[in-house]
Write a protein that binds this ligand. Structure first.
Ligand SMILES: *Cc1c(COP(=O)(O)O)cnc(C)c1O
Length: 360
């Protein structure tokens, strides 16, 4: 059984469900629907099952292989690909996903042709770039022209609406100005195609704070949420008091525990990754060595020890070094330490074969 194998990542589906239910309720109060995004956990089955029970209009991932896994689990919710697709994967996109994000007219035409070939209809959400400089049409006119072509000529596509992505590459904060920009684009698209659109999708977890503080413009009726449901918070001060931060627990086993100097001994050069280290001499202290490392979670700054008095000093590929001087009577070889994880480490931990995944 994986239950006593480490490093181990455990999910608490009950807490996840409470997070998603609380978010759904608050979004509903503002007439905002949720697309549940599961790429942060590599579409891990127990997590996907909780999302599938929420009655969201779509479940989404940025990768087709994760959507395929979800199909294989028997997910009932329609599936959306939220990375603009590669031309080379359109066969799978059309057969596996019900809808996708789009930002290129040539790709839209190719998706239409593929959907015609497969005898399917594929939903598309046209993305506008409002300054973050990742995906999206840069010109509103170009997006509106594409919307008109989808509506009138690309008969195997269904125009679902418009969306924006923020705070990913350009670290642009969602605010009234860019949300109003999206709202007015939605009106322009509706005027151009002569009917209302279903989705006006105002971004990801970092947009949630505007729903919670009542500043989201009324026309925005959808968010695509991953991080805030999974780890209970998001950047830009979105720290709700109604979410669990400990849906996930990382457990790692102590393989060595002894007193050592806190300052390396010998000629200082660079660490295993070619970086210069910074060390503080605090004299001889008790240190524990954990059998988990950067290969598993990425950056150790994305972990937080649950036990007070445990402090992470650093890590290499397969080891993490913690100072346990303050709790030295409580820790020995073979013990297991627990950590909170944030979104960055969650992505890594669920995408590496060396971590045992268990559901509570
Ligand atoms: C990842 C992603 C999301 C979800 O982001 P979170 O920060 O996890 O809420 C939404 N939309 C797009 C296009 C994404 O790539």
């Amino acid at each position: 059984m994986n239950r006593d194998r480490y490093p181990q990542l455990e999910v608490d589906p009950g807490k996840l469900k409470e997070n998603l239910t609380a978010l759904r309720e608050r979004c509903q109060d503002s007439f905002v629907g949720i697309i549940g995004v599961v790429k942060g956990v590599n579409a891990w089955e127990p997590v996907v099952r909780v999302y599938d029970e929420m009655g969201f209009p779509y479940l989404a991932s940025s990768r087709v292989d994760q959507l395929r896994k979800m199909r294989d689990y028997g997910v009932k919710t329609p599936l959306m690909l939220i990375r603009v697709p590669m031309r080379s994967e359109l066969g799978d996109v059309v057969s596996i996903a019900d809808a996708s994000l789009q930002s290129d007219l040539g790709t839209l035409r190719a998706v239409d042709a593929e959907a015609a070939r497969q005898g399917r209809t594929h939903g598309v959400l046209l993305m506008i770039d409002l300054g973050d400089l990742r995906e999206g049409f840069w010109s509103a006119e170009e997006l509106i022209d594409a919307a008109v072509e989808v509506e009138n000529d690309l008969t195997h596509l269904r125009l679902l609406g418009v969306g924006v992505n923020l705070s990913c590459y350009g670290s642009i904060r969602p605010d009234k100005r860019n949300m109003q920009g999206l709202a007015s684009l939605a009106f322009d698209v509706e005027r151009a195609i002569g009917r209302p659109i279903d989705l006006v999708s105002g971004g990801a977890s970092t947009s949630t704070y505007m729903v919670l503080n009542g500043t989201m413009p009324g026309r925005i009726n959808n968010l695509r949420l991953g991080e805030i449901g999974l780890v209970g918070r998001a950047n830009y001060g979105c720290d709700p008091d109604f979410t669990h931060r400990d849906v996930f627990t990382l457990r790692a086993e102590v393989v060595e525990c002894r007193d050592k100097p806190s300052f390396p001994v010998g000629q200082l050069t660079v660490d295993a990754f070619g970086h210069e280290g910074h060390y503080v001499d605090r004299g001889i202290r008790r240190r524990a060595l954990l059998a988990v490392g950067k290969v598993d979670y990425g950056d150790w700054a994305d972990l937080k020890p649950r036990m007070a008095g445990v402090e992470i000093l650093g890590a290499s590929s397969d080891h993490t070094i913690v100072d346990v001087e303050a709790v030295k009577d409580q820790i020995k070889v073979g013990d297991v330490l627990e950590f909170d994880v944030n979104y960055g480490s969650l992505v890594n931990l669920t995408n590496t074969p060396g971590v045992f995944l268990v559901s509570k």
